[in-house]
Design a protein around this ligand. Structure first.
Ligand code: UDP
Length: 442
């Protein structure tokens, strides 16, 4: 770190950088923005940092190469979680993984603070069980919310609704739930865990929301122009002391050059280089979103019918009715074998289907990309917004329905695909008509 000297005076002693410890829960959607936050704290705000990671259920996601070399990576030892039901709700599994890792986290934090004072602990929002540890060590804590301020409003409403409730009493959120800015969320638009006050996950969400109040502040991966009314609502709520201050520190998205350094040359980008400007529909469902076999066939037929160019990141289909497959499947599974017979040949030249992963930030900012069919994961949403690519919203799980409404109704930057009333499938005609509406030629 630079130190200022003036002529004739002795050099100032080197400044010690304040040290921040960040906790990243597993899965790309959490790791990517937390690493970006870490990078900015170190490169732009003079911190030194330790990034604590947990053993994932699948192979550990590799950390972005953009992390400064000075950041210490501290993976916690693996814990047993194979007693949890195989079909348990994914966030519940992650929260349990983190809870069981707390003893080793305590040991790690004590060891760091024995040599280096910890200026702040920054757990991502699934790691709120770590907040009492911060209190125990006398360290200020800032929860990092990898999604939006609107989601945080849900949490706040849940906690507020339970003021004065007796232990074990759970009160249901109103249906619809009105969100600042005029968004009206029906029960089905809420993240799964918020829909029923009787579900065990509801109690866990309430407990987490209550813990957030232990934090000195909440860092949200959003910005006030994206959610002006929700940001203003929290300014007032914090003034009344009802919730810690919410600091919109986003959009924290990787830069193109960071992704290039990590991925290097990519056949996907070479293919895009050969396409006309603003001609390609990019289709991706994030790091875990999954379609059924029937839905995969409908999407394929819809893309084929549009006549437009497309780039589709195909993931393994879900065979158990769930809309995600985080951590499932083997590395050598080939999702492309699930595409309808002859689809790849019939669309050759104007369509490219790739297995599992594409360098999304670079795809979105490529001049050939015109539209983004997205599951509306918050990172993907921010990446699309930063690249200025209009979206077709196809929400699948967690808070994605709410995100889709925000994009469609509040911001007007997305069209929404509607499911068939008879069974939750988005029909090929709906895919084709919506793509044509956005791209022209409908
Ligand atoms: N991602 C990517 N390539 C892919 C799929 C996903 O780079 O083929 C990245 C994407 O750019 C985003 C993250 O993985 O940064 C996914 O996070 P998001 O919140 O959108 O969805 P989630 O995976 O958590 O459902």
């Amino acid at each position: 770190m630079e130190s200022l000297t003036s002529a004739g005076s002795a050099p100032a002693p080197p400044t010690v950088r304040p040290h921040v410890v960040l906790l990243a829960s597993p899965d790309a959607g959490h790791l990517i923005p937390l690493c970006e936050l870490t990078r900015r704290l170190v490169e732009h705000h003079g911190f030194s940092a330790t990034l604590v990671t947990f053993h994932s259920l699948s192979e550990q996601q590799s950390l972005p190469s953009s992390l400064p070399a000075s950041v210490t990576i501290a993976p916690l030892p693996a814990v047993q979680i194979d007693d949890l039901p195989a079909n348990a709700y994914r966030p519940t599994v992650l929260v349990e993984l983190i809870r069981r890792s707390l003893p080793s986290l305590r040991t790690l934090l004590r060891s760091i603070s024995s040599t280096t004072p910890i200026a702040a602990l920054v757990p991502d929002f699934l790691c709120s069980t770590a907040l009492p540890l911060a209190t125990e060590l006398g360290v200020p804590a800032y929860i990092f919310i990898t999604t939006n301020i609107t989601y945080l409003y849900l949490i706040h409403r849940l906690v507020e609704l339970h003021e004065g409730a007796s232990p074990g009493e759970y009160r249901a959120l109103t249906d619809p739930l009105e969100i600042p800015g005029g968004l009206s969320l029906r029960r089905a638009d809420l993240p799964e865990g918020y829909r029923s006050s009787k579900a065990p996950v509801y109690a866990r969400l309430l407990a987490a929301g209550r813990r957030y109040r232990l934090a000195h502040g909440v860092l949200a991966n959003s910005f006030s122009e994206m959610e002006p009314a929700a940001a203003e609502a929290f300014r007032q709520i914090a003034e009344q002391g009802a919730f810690p201050p919410v600091l919109p520190v986003g959009p924290l998205v990787r830069s193109e050059s960071d992704e290039e350094a990590a991925a290097g040359a990519s056949p996907v980008l070479e293919w895009l280089d050969g396409q006309p400007a603003r001609s390609v529909v990019f289709v991706s469902f994030g790091s875990g979103g999954a379609l059924s076999v029937e839905q995969t066939a409908e999407l394929a037929a819809g893309l084929e019918a549009t006549g437009h160019r497309f780039l589709w990141v195909v993931r393994m289909p879900s065979l158990d009715g769930r809309s995600y497959t985080f951590g499932a499947g083997a590395d050598d599974d080939d999702p492309l074998v699930w595409l309808p017979q002859g689809f790849v040949q019939r669309t050759q030249g104007r369509g490219l289907a790739v297995a599992a992963w594409a360098p999304q930030v670079r795809v979105l900012s490529h001049p050939a990309t015109a539209a983004f069919v997205s599951h509306c994961g918050w990172n993907s949403t921010l990446e699309g917004a930063v690249a200025g690519v209009p979206m077709i919203a196809w929400p699948l799980h967690t808070e994605q329905r709410m995100n889709a409404l925000l994009l469609e109704e509040s911001l007007g930057v997305a069209l929404r695909l509607r499911e068939r009333e008879d069974g939750g499938v988005v029909a090929r005609e709906e895919v084709a008509a919506t793509v044509k509406e956005l791209m022209g030629g409908g």
